[in-house]
Write a protein that binds this ligand. Structure first.
Ligand code: ZN
Length: 519
């Protein structure tokens, strides 16, 4: 795995530093001296962004500079299909500004060829326009938002990139010109910085988050590292209440992974149309939350924050092999399992809430019309079929509970699922291990044994129903199975497991909580 890291400095501080700090190898990268830069510093990519006003709308005018390939041709990538729309439709007036440069269309509207003098600097111009016709709502929430009050965009819906190696680090300069002086500016790489000098991969820039306008920005420290909340709109909770919850969740998750390498982190919150809805997406040094204004700080909101935060590790720091959807049961289901578990450990939910919510998942899984579908179908229909989309979340949640109980039993109480997860994280760092059903199988076999692995694979490969482990919630709970038919007397027979507190126990007593790792 290519080592990726991000360094944040103001440009003034940058000049004093050695290039090696930025992971740039002078021998194999071509550089050029941009006109913008009067000092000796060199950049691989330079973006200048400024608002462009028309009577009815605002666009961003962007210039992009880089050194063209020695062959005299450089392929560029426009924003592609992301969030259910062709984002290249928002790229307008793309044209060359450098001399003797031309743009050739290809069969693919997301790719163009730039012809230019061999190895010379190339400068391109384009504008970005919001392509949404409706209000911002779930379904179109990943598209660039750009109006007279604010903007909010994901890197892959905005930037045109040269088609360079996606995972190498590049030195990139982003300058924000003529922004309204009342606007705040916040993104994956800093707060209120008009000139941003960063060293990131195109993958990281593509997965970044940018916003500006009428956002309120507040800050907390987690182990001396700043965590920012950038939020707009009116809510049923205060900005501080929300950020305190976020801070507690970030703190417990960093402690879980024993990972505190986070020099900077930001969460954006914007209101969307609708009732009772919420969405989130994990980003470089950030995640974005999209909430309807009626949302309150309840289990669902805490769960999505904890789930998105968990993806910092499961999905970003711990990489997945393609096709990733084959391992969604692990990525999404285990993130749901740990979201709930770590909320309990952080005292942000009660033990009763934990059990109630898990019982809801069991009910949903055991009455799901697609519960016996093979993993192959998940890969094919994940993004198009709502029922299929929910399946890996539920399967992974149940598998995680079962595995935890099996590992605990096999190790006579000395280990649980946490050990497997931390082992995976360690190996992803030291052995560049990526997650696939193959690499997971080896770990599961080692920690839980052959039978546990066989049961999981039977579910994924043949669609066999999972069974709930009787001791999945520890010594204080017992498993009950309720049978009923879909229609009275006839129809499909459902057998729904659920966990009930044993009559000899009271919830929240020390012994019961110990099982969940609550200290
Ligand atoms: Zn997720």
């Amino acid at each position: 795995m290519i080592k990726k890291f991000t360094v944040f400095f103001l440009i003034s501080g940058l000049f004093a530093l050695n290039n090696n700090l930025f992971g740039i190898s002078e021998s194999n990268k071509s550089h050029f001296n941009p006109t913008i830069n009067k000092k000796e510093q060199e950049y691989d990519l330079i973006y200048n962004i400024e608002p462009f006003y028309e009577i009815k709308k605002v666009r961003f005018a962007v210039t992009l500079e880089f050194r063209g390939d020695k062959s005299g041709e450089t392929k560029i990538l426009l924003p592609g299909n992301f969030g259910g729309k062709n984002n290249y439709e928002g790229i307008k007036f793309l044209k060359p500004l450098s001399e003797n440069t031309s743009i050739i269309n290809t069969d693919n509207p997301e790719q163009k060829i730039i012809k230019h003098p061999s190895g010379e600097p190339v400068k391109l111009y384009y504008q970005v326009e919001e392509i949404r016709n409706d209000n911002v709502e779930l379904g179109n929430h990943y598209l660039t938002i750009l109006n007279k009050t604010y903007f909010h965009f994901l890197g892959e819906t905005f930037f045109v990139f040269p088609a360079w190696d996606w995972y190498s680090n590049y030195k990139i300069l982003i300058t924000w010109n003529h922004m309204p002086y009342t606007w705040s500016l916040a993104n994956s790489f800093g707060i209120n910085e008009k000139i941003q000098s960063i060293s990131v991969s195109l993958d990281q820039l593509s997965s970044s988050l940018f916003m500006g306008g009428d956002f309120r920005i507040i800050k907390r420290n987690v182990d001396n590292n700043p965590v920012y909340l950038s939020i707009r709109g009116r809510w049923n909770f205060s900005d501080d209440q929300l950020l305190d919850i976020i801070k507690d969740i970030i703190s417990i998750e960093r402690n879980f992974w024993n990972d505190h390498e986070f020099p900077y982190y930001i969460i954006s919150v914007i209101p969307i149309e609708g009732r009772g809805e919420q969405g989130g997406i994990s980003r470089t040094n950030a995640y974005a939350l999209f909430l309807t204004p009626d949302r309150i700080i309840d289990y669902r909101l805490k769960r999505i924050i904890a789930h998105e935060t968990f993806h910092i590790w499961l999905g970003e720091k711990i990489k997945f092999s393609e096709p990733e959807a084959l391992s969604f049961w692990f990525k999404e289901g285990f993130s749901d399992y740990y979201a709930r578990l770590l909320l309990l450990r952080a005292n942000l939910i009660t033990q009763d809430e934990y059990v109630e919510e898990y019982n809801k998942i069991l009910y949903a899984y055991f009455t799901s019309s697609v519960r016996d579908e093979k993993n192959e179908r998940v890969v094919k229909e994940f993004w198009t079929n709502q029922n299929i989309m929910k399946l890996p979340y539920m399967r992974g949640d149940i598998i995680a509970h079962n595995l935890n109980a099996i590992i605990y039993k096999n190790s006579r109480g000395s280990k649980n699922l946490d050990n497997l997860m931390l082992d995976l994280f360690k190996r992803s760092k030291t052995e560049s291990l990526t997650v696939s059903n193959g690499s997971l199988s080896a770990l599961i076999r080692f920690y839980a044994g052959e039978q546990a692995l066989a049961d999981i694979m039977k579910c994924l490969n043949s669609g066999a129903s999972l069974k709930s482990h009787p001791e999945a919630l520890g010594p204080c709970y017992e498993l009950e199975i309720e049978s009923f038919r879909k229609l009275w007397l006839i129809g499909e027979l459902y057998e729904i497991p659920s966990y009930k507190l044993k009559s000899t126990n009271k919830s929240n007593n020390k012994k019961c909580l110990e099982w969940f790792g609550v200290k």
